[in-house]
Design a protein around this ligand. Structure first.
Ligand code: SME
Length: 161
């Protein structure tokens, strides 16, 4: 198994060669899930902002690996995902069943990390990872996941108009 530092370097290469941001998110999800055995569900949600007045922004499920989830669209005031996007902070929950914000995807999930993706400081989406193990996410996982999310943000900054 590669170290988190080796995975980060591998993702850096992918960040420079991906043809689209969808491709980049797809390959990040795939590498993280392949190399980190405690990452059981790995996916991106991106914020959809409506031009229509009164329509609230919503997180929309993008590339993911893992069990199918009923949560394909999550309002920013809902779930751990919504909390991370609206606060702009990484959230690690060691025991999802004791967190009242938690929206269940799989009954096997015990812990979760959600890391915002930023473009020029603004939150545009997030990387969400669930583990079947309690308290699975260490400071090292946090660094790796924040690195992966930052790669997507940097890609969008380079390519978005
Ligand atoms: N658990 C998340 C919802 C997403 S699924 O886990 C894939 C939440 O509480 O927002």
């Amino acid at each position: 198994m590669p170290t988190p530092q080796e995975i980060a370097r591998e993702l850096d290469v992918l960040g420079t060669s991906a043809r689209t941001v969808e491709d980049l998110m797809t390959v990040i999800v795939e590498r993280l899930q392949r190399h980190r055995s405690h990452y059981n569900w790995v996916g991106f949600y991106m914020i959809e902002r409506s031009l229509l007045p009164g329509v609230e922004p919503v997180l929309v499920l993008g590339p993911f690996i893992g069990a199918d989830t009923p949560h394909k669209r999550i309002p920013l005031n809902s779930g751990i995902c919504g909390a991370a996007a609206s606060s702009g902070n990484t959230i690690i929950v060691d025991d999802v069943n004791s967190d009242p914000r938690y929206l269940a995807c799989s009954i096997e999930t015990k812990s979760e990390i959600v890391v915002p993706v930023r473009v020029r400081g603004e939150v545009v989406g997030e990387l969400d990872i669930d583990s079947h193990a309690p308290a699975a996410f260490t400071a090292e996982d946090r660094r790796l996941c924040e690195h992966a999310a930052a790669l997507v943000g940097a890609y969008l900054e380079r390519t978005a108009a």
